[in-house]
Unconditional design. Sequence first.
Length: 146
Amino acid sequence: MYVSLKEAISQLRTLCEAHKQVNSYYHGDNIVTLYKENEIRHTTVLTVSQSATFEPNFINVTVQLACIDKVLKGDENENEIESNTLAIIGDLINYINTNDSWRYAKVITNPSATKLVDRSQDVASGWMATIQFRLIKDNGVCDLPI
């Protein structure tokens, strides 16, 4: 079965909407733009497609994923946010790799995450990870739209 990037993003949106700690999800062209141009309900997950490589049976798509939450004045919840947002990214990766509904789109690298702090509007903190998905693609010439 072929899974398009659009379907994978839709599945990721559904997964984030079902996660009890995630309150909003957005996908677009730039993490900073998504954060500034949308009405963010924290904790939020933001994703951006970065690149793709092609193999005979697969398309490997690199996605930047950020999980961000709002820091309270006085930074008293900074450690909690750091822990929770990292755990949420781990939850998403783990679910994708183990749940049967994601059998056509798997994480193929060991993702790494970088701490993220944004002080441009509200102070927000979290983690940003680069994840590479392997999407199964069809190879049949008969399937081409020509």
